[in-house]
Design a protein around this ligand. Sequence first.
Ligand SMILES: [Zn+2]
Length: 506
Amino acid sequence: MSYQVLARKWRPQSFKDVVSQEHITTTLMNALSNERVAQAYLLTGTRGVGKTTVARIFAKALRCENPQGVEPCLECSSCRGINDSSSIDYLEIDGASNNSVEDIRSLIENVQYLPTNGKYKIYVIDEVHMLSTSAFNALLKTLEEPPSHVIFIFATTDPEKLIGTVLSRCQRLDFLPVSLDRLKSHIEAIAKSEGISFESDVIVEKIAKKGNGSVRDTLSIFDQVISVASSNNIMTSDLNQAVGLADDVLVDSLLSALYLKQRNELLENLDKIAAKGVNPEGLCRQILEELFFVVENPSENLPVDYTELLWIYESLSRDFSWAMESLTPYMSVRFVLLKHIYREEILAGTSASIEVEKKKTIEKPKPKTWDGFLEYTFEKKKSLGVNLERGNVLGSKVFDSAKKVELGFKETDKIFYDFLMEPENKKELLDILNEYCQFDVNVELKLLENKKEEEFKSTVEIREEKLENQQKDAEENFRNNKFLRQAEEVFNSKVNKIVLEKNFKD
Ligand SMILES: [Zn+2]
């Protein structure tokens, strides 16, 4: 069996089943029992409060072949005809989608003919305020002198849009928003009968609150919650998921951060809520509802002054409206909340001290290199540096976590090697090395065999070679200089020697 939406499945069939609106059902039942039925009724009220449902029940009661008191029997052909929309004496149209003059003409063209059976022909026009002016005028003519077997029932969410001539010809019945308690007991009754339970009573309360006085909306929210729930026991998380509500715990944390003016905590909670896909409008409403609850039920350990709380509620409700109209609602909500935290500073015109969590900058250790060490040694003790650069490091030039640094010297540079091998000098060298590296490291000096010397170059040799190459490049560049070329042409000669300044590189 396919799932039938609750609002349809639980649509009241009799006056006694109508949720709330007793002032209306009583009026209509009295009219039936006294046989003082008006020729036109106007049912007003917000969406989903039972206007068309009551219109149908009233129509069934008016046409029932076997009424039970003033209630329809629901079994006769008239009752069934209205229920399955097959009756030709009961016409129901939606003024929002059938609002042309032709629609109204075709509806009322048979008004003068008697019903095929029963006493009344009943015309229901839902959202009657949506009719076009010409459609309205066509309707008005009939309404001025309706045949006695015709009853009009108009329903509207916006009676202010109806012209006075319509209002004056109708008995007006104003439906009221259904109270929270009544919606809650309605949900509970349906749940019980459907075999559904709740993890907490708060779920019922929240569904009812979100229904906002409308039975239909309440039941459609209940339907959504049922559809996401994995079992017949509905959890708070099902509700949050179905209606995009934020976790209560997060909203509470956000509010306490707001009271205590804790910027980082506030933003942290707001980000968590946003990450769960809660829409900004729903969040604003939740914050205001929670605040309102606190205003109504102040506790002793409230971290703010009560007047402060009233102020927060009043200004947040105003600022949130602005935030919802902005192009970036979430950012604006963020801004509004921050503004509240810094309200005092803003009013006093002082600057706010924002304790932004400082990112710890982890200082990346500089690589300990041979060149770095050499430079360090020159700074510490030049005589050691001078000797040291006659050798070179064997292996990696980076001393990361090496236990030992091996330095090689050519046989021809033995004199420098010997100097460094002197115990006092070697110790000093080792100290400087450890100081430079900042980790325990040993040093070993090696005098290289002749055959290896060909590939080995001392630091000084490498530097000189590099310098020589740079000089050659610079000379080459200079020889190719176009002014020099022109000079050679003019003088019909060749440049013999180029002497570069010491800082030729620049
Ligand atoms: Zn009946």
